[in-house]
Design a protein around this ligand. Sequence first.
Ligand code: 5GP
Length: 177
Amino acid sequence: MKYGEEHHLKVLFTREQIQARVAQLGEAITGDYRGAGELILVAVLRGSVYFAVDLSRRLEIPFVLDFMGISSYGGVSASHGIVRITKDLDSNIAHKNVLLLEDIVDTGLTLNYLRRNLQTRNPASLRICTFLDMPARRIVNIPVDYCGFTLPDLYVVGYGLDHHERYRNLEVVAALK
Ligand code: 5GP
C-alpha cells in the first residue's frame, strides 16, 4: 500500500464499500427530507469535508451547504468536551432543517457541544449524520440519526480522518497501528 511507509495501515473499508454506503445514505436522506422545507447541511471542519462532498452529490433535494469550524482545547479539557468555535455558520438556521455531518462520533463530547449550541438557534429540526460511529467509546449519549459504518474501539484514518494531518486524502478507511 503506497501510503503506509511510516505507519502500518490495515484497510477496513474500501473505496467501493464507502461509495456504496454513502449512496445508500444519500438515498435515505433524500427520502426523509423530500418536501420537508429548507435543508441546511452543516459539515464540521475539517474531517467531515470529504464525506460531506460525496454525500451531498447523492442528494436529490435542494440544500444549502455550510461549515462550522471547531477545535477542542487540548489536554484535560478535551475530555470534558470544551470546544471552541473557530468558524461559525454563515446561515441563519432558525426554522430550518439542519443535518449535522460528522466524520466520526467517538466519545460524543464534540457533537454534544455542537448539538446544544445549534439547538439554541431554534432550528425546525436537528439531526446527526456521521460517517463512522464508535459506540464503545461513548461518554455522552448522542442520538445518531444516520451512520455510515459502526466500528469497534480503533484508531482510524482516511476519508477525511487524519493522524497529525496525514492520511485525510485516503479513499479508504484504515486502522492505524
Ligand atoms: P469525540 O470524541 O468528541 O466524539 O470526537 C471528536 C473528534 O476526534 C472527531 O471528530 C475526530 O476528529 C477525532 N477522532 C475521534 N476518533 C478518532 C479516530 O479514531 N481517528 C481519528 N483520526 N480521529 C478521531
